[in-house]
Write a protein that binds this ligand. Structure first.
Ligand SMILES: [Zn+2]
Length: 65
């Protein structure tokens, strides 16, 4: 399963660090190098706005669970 097909968490469950791209959207690990885009999450109550979230290589490249 690729990063693109995994369901992203609801915006209410995204931490500040995850929203900023500092932490992996799946496991919460601090991202250093090799982070991959995991997609975009719509902001709550902000129509048409979304932010990009990232995954660490372990979670993002192969979707290892
Ligand atoms: Zn991860």
């Amino acid at each position: 399963m690729s990063a693109g097909t995994r369901r992203l968490p609801a915006v209410e469950r995204v931490t500040f660090g995850q929203a900023k791209g500092w932490n992996c959207i799946w496991c919460g690990k601090l991202l250093t190098t090799g982070a991959v885009s995991a997609g975009r999450i719509d902001e709550a109550g902000a129509r048409g706005l979304s932010f990009e979230v990232f995954a660490c290589p372990d979670c993002g490249v192969r979707g290892r669970s």
